[in-house]
Write a protein that binds this ligand. Sequence first.
Ligand code: PEP
Length: 242
Amino acid sequence: MALQKLIVGNWKMNGSVSFVRETLSYWQTQNIFHHTVICPPFPLLPLVKEQLSSPFLSLGAQDCHHKSSGAFTGNTSANLLYEIGCQYVLTGHSERRQYHAETNELIKEKAEMALANHLIPIVCIGENLQEKEQGKTLSILNSQVAASTPSSGVDFCVAYEPVWAIGTGKTASLEDIASAHDALRQQLGENIKLLYGGSVTADNYLEIFSLNNVDGVLVGGVSLKKEDFSRMICNESAIHTQ
Ligand code: PEP
């Protein structure tokens, strides 16, 4: 069976109106093959949505609030994200955990709120460098999954993103990715999509795709480079045959 991969582009706090116009009109000329989710900053969501030109392109947000509405200045509800056309939302990205002190418990509430509002949460987990050096990777992942993924429902994704690999140019080794993803598969079962993130590029993603339990990738920096990202989302040779 041929499987398309899921490729998620996280623009973080980057992009502009002109960047959206230029990038999305470039993609209109490309033959997109993989299911691709674009996660721009909140104000750009409607503009990106308007210009999605392929059935393989979907919209995602970078975060949502854990409550449905109320006096939470500066936050955005899952329901509103759904209403404006989002299908996915990142929860618990390491930058949210680090700079906004988000806990596993809060991330779980966000993921459950996303599911309740017809969004597919992409729950991000990953060990830091010290934990890796202490050989604690698999136990950290196990406890993050237990505490930050939704209690029920199968329509969510988990992104394994070693904190030390995000935005650093240091990708985890194929052995490390394989052992983390095999353990996650055992814990989560066959129905949950497992993504890897951490300095994925147009030059290394094919070997990551070749691993058994990798269903896709979460891409930060390279998702802002329109030609490089196109090489990833259009590449039919990356079909994994089972
Ligand atoms: C990310 O933003 O989740 C990420 C993995 O970034 P980068 O690809 O730049 O390491």
